[in-house]
Design a protein. Structure first.
Length: 198
């Protein structure tokens, strides 16, 4: 009997959050740091194990993590998201990784579950879409990791590899999640207000 495929939840949380005024991983939404919220979404969506890439304020972010979460430090995190993605992928085992960003509080466990619902193997390549527009999170099977890492530069992450790739399967999530990032205090306030008014 073959073993079931595993999908590691890979959370990129290394940024300094200059426009936010501090690392977004530590920004609280309804009393919960964004890093913990994002990890809860990954776990509730079916990802295990969970791995967080650290950079800015690494010790403080690590102290905010729940038990059982693995950490990876990206020494060159200051050069952009690409460095975090490379460091994270290099540290992983398993068949596939669900890559999530710490500043996307509108991404839900339901969206993650849709990406991992179909059989997941090392060749899987899926991306959440919102009204047909591709965004995050992204599911990367192991066979894609080297090529994604090679193309990940600056703040582009996996964008260069995914853009126009005919193998990418888009999974519509617009009815269960919101892809907008929260980069500034104003954006966070808007997000909080939208949720509180629903």
């Amino acid at each position: 009997m073959s073993r079931p495929s595993t999908v590691t939840g890979l959370l990129l949380a290394a940024g300094a959050g200059r426009r936010m005024g501090g690392p977004k991983a530590l920004v609280e939404l309804h009393g919960e740091p964004l890093v913990r919220r994002a990890l809860r979404v990954l776990a509730d969506g079916g990802c295990a194990p969970l791995v967080v890439v650290l950079g800015a304020a690494a010790d403080d972010v690590a102290a905010a993590l729940p038990a059982g979460v693995h950490t990876v430090r990206a020494p060159d995190w200051g050069s952009g998201m690409g460095a975090s993605l490379r460091a994270g992928l290099a540290a992983l085992d398993g068949d596939a990784a669900l890559v999530h960003l710490v500043d996307l509080p509108g991404v839900t466990a339901e969206a993650v579950a849709r990406l991992v619902a179909a059989p997941v193997g090392p060749t899987a390549l899926r991306r959440a879409a919102y009204d047909g527009r591709p965004a995050h999170p992204v599911l990367l099977g192991r066979t894609h990791w080297d090529a994604v890492a090679a193309s990940a530069t600056g703040d582009a992450g996996a964008r260069a590899y995914l853009g126009g790739n005919p193998d990418v399967e888009l999974v519509e999530c617009g009815d269960v999640a919101d892809p907008d990032d929260v980069d500034t205090p104003e954006a966070l306030a808007r997000f909080t207000g939208q949720r509180d008014n629903r």
